[in-house]
Design a protein around this ligand. Structure first.
Ligand code: PMP
Ligand code: GLU
Length: 400
């Protein structure tokens, strides 16, 4: 037995962070690398939000705050849930943390015991399964397919539920596939969940505002109010408000759960950054029109990338409804050999060779429990995307 805790042996470092870090390092070393690996918008934080942070600093808002958020921010979050989602939370039902990731981590660590199961519609974001494993519980992947738009089918959900199921983690629009559910599609799932009273629902709504083609966002506790008392509705500022580095996420849920999350946070990070919290009040209460402007750009980029990737030999790329990711299958490349003689047996081989030979960084599907495929983040300019997609086309065209 070594010095490092056994629990750490159960998990992997975050693959999305690992690929983005590697791309940054290669670039710093002078390599011509295009990174389509980062899960963050390229747009800067809007000026009014930055100004609120400057003002908070000037006003000396530099002290510890309440562990899970200042009252002013909790009030703004209560208003946001009511305005955008028709959800009626009290301030005592709100938790604020250092990123959506910490909020999810707190909720899972505060509730999971060894033997508990957590259903994850796969492909899914890299961190869910590892946090579940860290807590000593078991991730149960419920498969979704490209044919069904990477949406979970009610019978697949039903079959995944056991007496040990504690949570279903739901993420629409999804990282990594970009797929999103309509109200009617979600209702079919909430009908199943209504029948299984021991299952809690964690809805990770972090891509809420990044939804396209007129599709209207919805969230489980809104679609089925009967689930409100066993749903944690998670959200954050990173994606829609272009605030990844500021680190702020929040959730609404039943008070006993929120209290348990606060207890855990009081023994780890304490409050999220005080200045960020004041900026978050402005983000949620201030003008929202920049979101639609950013989305218009995201749609153009998505359409460009989907069209160019579908012209690459051996790739097939669905057109998703939201987020800023596409998730092409590379099944047609498996079993081939790259221009420099590398055997492509897995999607990890594919992305590694693509980075080596063409300098394009993307994340392999295995990291998201969805192979053989890879995730492309299109949160960068059209020129860069065009260059990257040409390189991917060339890489695929050279496979033998
Ligand atoms: N959920 C999903 C699906 C994500 O993609 C991310 C982005 N890393 C997060 C949660 C957490 O984001 P943050 O901690 O920046 O709020
Ligand atoms: N969520 C983003 C991604 O999937 C950021 C990195 C991370 O936290 O995983 O790339």
């Amino acid at each position: 037995m070594g010095f490092i805790a056994d629990s750490l042996n159960r998990i992997q470092p975050s693959a999305t962070i690992a690929v983005s870090t590697k791309a940054r390092q290669l670039k710093a070393a002078g390599r011509d690398v295009i990174s389509l690996s980062a899960g963050e918008p390229d747009f800067d934080t809007p000026e009014n939000i930055k100004a609120a942070a400057v003002q908070a600093l000037a006003a000396g808002k530099t002290k510890y705050t309440d562990v899970d958020g200042i009252p002013e921010l909790k009030a703004a979050i209560v208003r946001k849930f009511a305005r955008d989602n028709g959800l009626d939370y009290k301030p005592s039902q709100i938790s604020v943390g250092t990123g959506g990731k910490q909020v999810i981590y707190n909720a899972l660590l505060a509730t999971l015991n060894p033997g508990d199961e957590v259903i994850l519609p796969a492909p899914c974001w890299v961190s869910y399964a590892d946090i579940v494993l860290l807590a000593g519980a078991t991730p149960v992947f419920a498969e979704t397919t490209a044919q069904h738009g990477y949406r979970l089918k009610p019978d697949v959900l039903e079959a995944a539920i056991t007496p040990k199921t504690k949570w279903l983690i739901f993420n629409s629009p999804s990282n990594p596939t970009g797929s999103a559910y309509s109200w009617d599609e979600m209702k079919l799932l909430t009908d199943v969940l209504l029948r299984h009273e021991h299952v809690w629902i964690m809805s990770d709504d972090i891509y809420e505002h990044l939804i396209y083609d007129g599709l209207k966002f919805c969230t489980p506790a809104q679609v089925e109010p009967g689930l409100f008392n066993r749903t944690l509705t998670v959200n954050g500022l990173s994606k829609a408000y272009c605030m990844t580095g500021w680190r702020l996420g929040y959730a609404g849920g039943p008070e006993p759960l929120i209290n348990a999350m606060r207890k855990l946070q009081s023994q780890s990070t304490s409050n999220p950054c005080s200045i960020t919290q004041w900026a978050a009040v402005e983000a949620l209460d201030g003008p929202q029109d920049f979101i639609a402007q950013n989305n218009a750009k995201f749609v153009e980029r998505r359409d460009l990338v989907v069209s160019m990737l579908n012209q690459a030999k051996g790739l097939s790329c669905p057109k998703p409804e939201g987020a800023f990711y596409v998730y092409p299958s590379c099944a047609g490349a498996i079993g081939k050999t790259s221009a420099s003689g590398v055997a492509i047996n897995t999607d990890e081989d594919f992305v590694t060779a693509l980075l080596e030979e063409e300098g394009v960084a993307v994340v392999h599907g295995a990291a998201f429990a969805g192979s053989p495929a890879f995730r492309v983040s299109y949160a960068t300019s059209k020129d860069v995307l065009e260059d990257a997609c040409h390189r991917i086309q060339r890489f695929c065209g050279n496979l033998k």
